[in-house]
Design a protein. Sequence first.
Length: 171
Amino acid sequence: MTKVLRSGDEGPWIGSEIRTEIREVEPAPVEPLDRREAWDRLGRVDVGRLATSTGALPLVVPVHFALGGPDSIVFALPGDTSLARAVAGGVFAFEAGGHDEVADAWWSVLIRGVASPVEMAPDGPADFAHLRTGGPIAAVAGTTDIVHGARVRSALELPALAAYLTGAIQP
């Protein structure tokens, strides 16, 4: 059971009475994506969120990325920085998501893996062109050991999507 405020209700800060109704709330339908579908969705976007740890504190930053193969992802990080050093040689988590206009569904893919530094040639593959920003960058390739993805039909169901993905990556 959940308490739901109805549209048009005024809050107690205005001095009016709150009207509520009690109704059953169905669990949000979360549709898991298999690994191939998850990887396919990642290929549709080029920015995601990279999570790592620096100085024993969590850090989540937006990064450009490219898929490096069936089990690898490449991140472009600012040159010789503590972020690049923290990610290279360490474990990471990565998330990217979006809205599929055709299916009218929200999706998210969560990856966990181990990263290592790589050299990126100036005339490297076209798939990596958006990673070359003109400034110094550190390219870091991550080998993925866990990939989970899922989709939901409504933005209101995004908390259920997060709950599913969080539970899915528990060791």
